[in-house]
Write a protein that binds this ligand. Structure first.
Ligand code: FAD
Length: 441
């Protein structure tokens, strides 16, 4: 099949080099890629046609939802752009979402109906990559990961078949989709069970001076906090446009009961150095808009560091994380509370690692030429490795690394074996490889 034949066969748009919107189409969150063609699918048959074309021409494939991952585009290959598959339909609390919808638009559509889904923290992230990799968001302690809310999916397989996947239809594939990444096919529709949500209480605190006492207070608070409460801690240098500079705690409480949220957060107000900045009721969709977007024209430098899922935010972890930031002023430290509904899911019930974790931690020193030489880079790597060793697994969505070693680090051997066997059944030729790639067993 030629591209011209495909052009007449599909309802979507084919964008080639030289077309007026070529540059916009090959842009992704952190850069501009060099695919041979971008096929913007408008329905399931377009996705099948794109896969047929790529197979006939022996071209590599990239599936793109929100375009926020480091894989971005596929050099010399076919990007299947799902951004036009962005319908959100609601039937009671059952919500069906097109495979290229963005979380901000989903939250806005659901908010209008008094519903919510736990997603991530940023409006423009796609439902595809975030859900298939897990999805740690503002309601993770009450509702679990984004993928924990998944009850079904429509999948176009590598062979072009369209399958309905759920706990009762291809249950192995359903298991794999809830944390195994985009390895198994193109998800054209995600079905979720949503929750009643009339709004959230959003609170921000600043931290002055040594962050250790504040972090110890956070760790203590979250041991007994109601599941309605989720917290993040961020310490960001002024050069990073992804968040306000300095150390901050942000809290989200599910529901509009501001008094209950204030009561839950009251212990923080007693801690010297923690300064209450704002609190108020907001719509969840508005919270997602508050995370600043990166500017693709000035991509972020790389990081030396990583992430880890901590069973406990103990004094050792706190000290190492704060010391990491002190020794690397141009660095980011990021913590998110877990536990609650996240931990209700048995480890074997999804591929996602470390269900016993109560905190997610991430730290990275910006790898800026002139700032880190080889010797210092090695030291920072060792500092980070000591922190990662305290955790029980790593989260693949929160890395800009495309190193093929990641899947082995993300999944326990038993999980990896099960994913590889499912991969062999559904994608033996490894068509879907621009991801944390699970190779067919
Ligand atoms: C600014 C920013 C904020 C973030 N915030 C959070 C957060 O709060 N919580 C969190 O957990 N993560 C967060 N992330 C990480 C995010 O979950 C990952 O980057 C994720 O991969 C992005 O998904 P995407 O669809 O936008 O990316 P894409 O690059 O489009 O896709 C990512 C991967 O998923 C595959 N894929 C995407 N859609 C489909 C589909 N429909 N079918 C099959 N395969 C598909 C792609 O092939 C690719 O391998 C954030 C990332 C950024 C850059």
């Amino acid at each position: 099949m030629t591209l011209d034949e495909l052009t007449t066969a599909i309802g979507g748009t084919i964008i080639r080099p030289g077309d007026p919107d070529w540059d916009a189409a090959r842009r992704f969150h952190s850069g501009i890629g060099e695919p041979a063609v971008v096929i913007r699918a408008s329905n399931v048959d377009d996705v099948r046609g794109a896969l047929r074309y790529a197979a006939a021409e022996r071209l590599d494939v990239m599936v793109r939802s929100g375009g926020h991952s480091a894989w971005g585009q596929v050099p010399g290959g076919v990007t299947i752009d799902l951004s036009a598959l962005d319908d959100v339909s609601v039937d009671g609390t059952r919500v069906s979402v097109g495979g290229g919808a963005q979380w901000g638009a989903i939250a806005r559509a659901l908010g209008a109906q008094g519903l919510g889904l736990s997603s991530g923290d940023t409006a423009s992230v796609g439902v595809g990559g975030l859900t298939l990799g897990g999805g740690i968001g503002w309601m993770v302690r009450a509702w679990g990961l984004a993928s924990d809310q998944l009850v079904g999916a429509q999948l176009v397989t590598a062979s072009g078949d369209v399958v309905e996947v759920s706990a009762s239809s291809h249950p192995d594939l359903f298991w794999a989709l809830r944390g195994g990444g985009g390895n198994f096919g193109v998800v054209t529709r995600f079905d979720f069970d949503a929750h009643r949500l009339d709004g959230v209480v959003h609170a921000v605190f600043g931290i002055e001076g040594d962050a250790r006492p504040a972090l110890r207070a956070l760790a203590g608070l979250m041991k007994t906090a109601p599941r309605e409460l989720t917290l993040t801690y961020m310490d960001v240098p002024p050069m990073d446009p992804s968040a306000p500079a300095g150390a901050t705690i942000t809290a989200v409480w599910i529901g509009t009961d501001e008094e209950a949220a204030r009561r839950a957060l009251a212990p923080l107000r007693e801690v010297p150095g923690i300064i209450a900045r704002e609190i108020g009721v907001q719509q969840y969709a508005d919270i997602l808009l508050q995370t600043p977007e990166f500017d693709p024209e000035s991509p972020m430098p790389g990081f030396v560091g990583g992430n880890t899922l901590l069973r406990d935010l103990g004094d050792d972890a706190i000290d190492r994380l704060v010391t990491f930031h002190e020794q690397n002023p141009a660095s980011v430290v990021f913590l998110r509370s877990l536990g609650g509904a996240y931990g209700d899911v048995a480890q074997a019930d999804s591929p996602f690692p470390a269900r016993d974790a109560t905190w997610f931690a991430m730290a990275g020193a910006f790898d800026i030429p002139g700032m880190l030489d080889d010797a210092r880079r090695a030291e920072v790597t060792a500092e980070w490795d000591a922190i990662e060793a305290l955790g029980g697994g790593v989260y693949g969505n929160f890395t800009t690394s495309t190193d093929p070693s990641w899947p082995e680090r993300m999944y326990q051997p038993e999980t990896m074996g099960r994913l590889a066997a499912i991969k062999r059944e559904w994608d033996p030729a490894n068509v879907f490889c621009r991801n944390h790639n699970v190779r067919p067993a």
